[in-house]
Write a new protein. Sequence first.
Length: 140
Amino acid sequence: MDVVEMLVRMDCNGCERTVRKSLSRIRGIESIDVDMKLNKVTVRGYVDRMMVLRAVRRSGKKAEFWNPVQQPDYYLHLPQTYGGYGYPKPSRAFESTYNYERHGYNEPHNHQYYSPYINRPEDGIATLFSDDNPNACFIM
């Protein structure tokens, strides 16, 4: 029996449900344990490690194999994180892992924001010279 431990970025119970559902479709898995505090998923059964990793990534989650040496860096909810926003501490050893360049862990946390509202004047250039504008003679 194999034990596969993975770090999967999960934010809510819906993320946990998605990961469990994607893993439950694989034959040979006997148990799935999810630790939301550590973002850790442990799978026990007669399965291939890469097949389990591929199934989690196919569900849309960023996943990688758990590295027990760097365990303190993966606690996302500790006060030692960046400014209290939940970003992990930077680690130079993490950059040498097999996933760093390929799966986008090197990119900064760029979040999309809505563009600010732009106030436009009600009278545009096209409406200034129309026949419906009573002030058209004043401009000309």
